[in-house]
Design a protein around this ligand. Structure first.
Ligand SMILES: [Zn+2]
Length: 331
């Protein structure tokens, strides 16, 4: 059954995306939405149903546990790993624990315990201060994903979904087309790094052999895309905004950024720098005008960046102090 994953082409990816947004849609409406002939749509739906991706009765619906996708977020102070199902739903903390214990994965000593107020299955590790260590962490995680993928082929039907893709989200300017980290202000060693550099040759070979796709992108833009699909979940607290063509998602981590979707398209900017709100230069608030500026510059090298002034003037902290606190502590 795993082999059929590789037959997912862009046309039936479009169908899956449409079903994510409009479960229960009528076939005739779907054909019209996707601008394809009804006969062609029917053929593709049959393939998707036979391969276990969708169910057609009583209504059209994605089979949510048909596959997992893995997300790794590399932030300025900490990194996060999770798995999402075919409906872009993050697996629960309970399911993540079960999976880790049963298959002995994601148990490396670099993982740290972090208080997670939500019941999501996240695994955390501190962002290393050098590229070589980050590479070790990422490659060890991917080796576990490869092991899980192998186990999914031998396990009983539906017991362990195959992992079809890995997304690594980073801060700063990421060229999605060329798959290059141009510059990540909060992680200084990530500058002009091609995706391939992050992966050991063995890892690259194993991923290619299994057709597991690995993509790097900007964290806030990736978040906006995930949010766009998540809005359609009836239990999403912002469900009433599902179907909106324009979305802005703010990301508060070691810096401030924003993922922008306008007219259903992710806005990247001419230099892939759109949404890096934290580095927009702003005047100081009048009450701080006479105060001395901090000695350290912003991570981008300038002095009047929004996030730099927010950390220094409003929160009264150094960048290092800010990195160590959690969002709960700021509240
Ligand atoms: Zn800056």
């Amino acid at each position: 059954m795993a082999g059929e994953i590789f037959q997912i082409n862009y046309e039936n990816r479009d169908i899956l995306n449409a079903l994510r947004c409009h479960p229960e849609i009528e076939k005739t409406v779907l054909a019209k939405e996707l601008n394809i002939a009804f006969k062609t749509l029917n053929k593709q739906l049959e393939f998707l149903e036979q391969s276990g991706f969708i169910s057609m009765s009583p209504q059209l619906e994605i089979v949510k546990d048909r596959f997992y996708m893995c997300g790794i977020s590399v932030g300025g102070s900490h990194c996060k790993l999770t798995l999402v199902n075919a409906q872009y739903k993050v697996i629960s903390a309970e399911d993540m624990d079960k999976l880790c214990n049963k298959y002995g994965v994601f148990q490396q000593s670099f993982f740290v315990h972090r208080k997670n107020t939500r019941e999501y299955g996240y695994k955390y590790f501190d962002t290393p201060d050098n590229l070589a260590t980050l590479e070790i962490y990422i490659n060890e995680i991917i080796q576990d994903i490869i092991r899980l993928d192998d186990l999914s082929r031998t396990s009983g039907a539906g017991e362990l979904p195959p992992i079809i893709s890995i997304g690594i989200a980073l801060t700063g300017s990421i060229d999605l087309k060329k798959q290059i980290i141009i510059r990540s202000h909060n992680v200084r060693y990530l500058k002009n790094i091609k995706k391939e550099i992050l992966l050991w040759p063995d890892t690259r070979y194993e991923l290619k052999k299994r057709n597991i796709e690995l993509i790097i992108d900007h964290n806030a833009k990736a978040m906006a895309v995930c949010e766009k699909f998540s809005l359609y979940h009836s239990d999403n607290k912002n469900h009433e905004y599902a179907g909106k063509k324009n979305i802005a998602c703010f990301y508060l981590g070691s810096g401030i950024s924003c993922g922008l979707i306008l007219n259903n398209r992710v806005i990247r900017g001419a230099r892939n720098f759109s949404g890096e709100l934290g580095h927009i230069q702003i005047p100081r608030m009048p009450e701080f005008e006479g105060d001395a500026l901090p000695k350290e510059r912003c991570t981008c090298g300038r002095m009047y960046c929004m996030e730099h002034l927010l950390i220094w003037d409003v929160l009264g902290m150094s960048r290092d102090e800010f990195r160590k606190i959690t969002s709960e502590e700021i509240k």
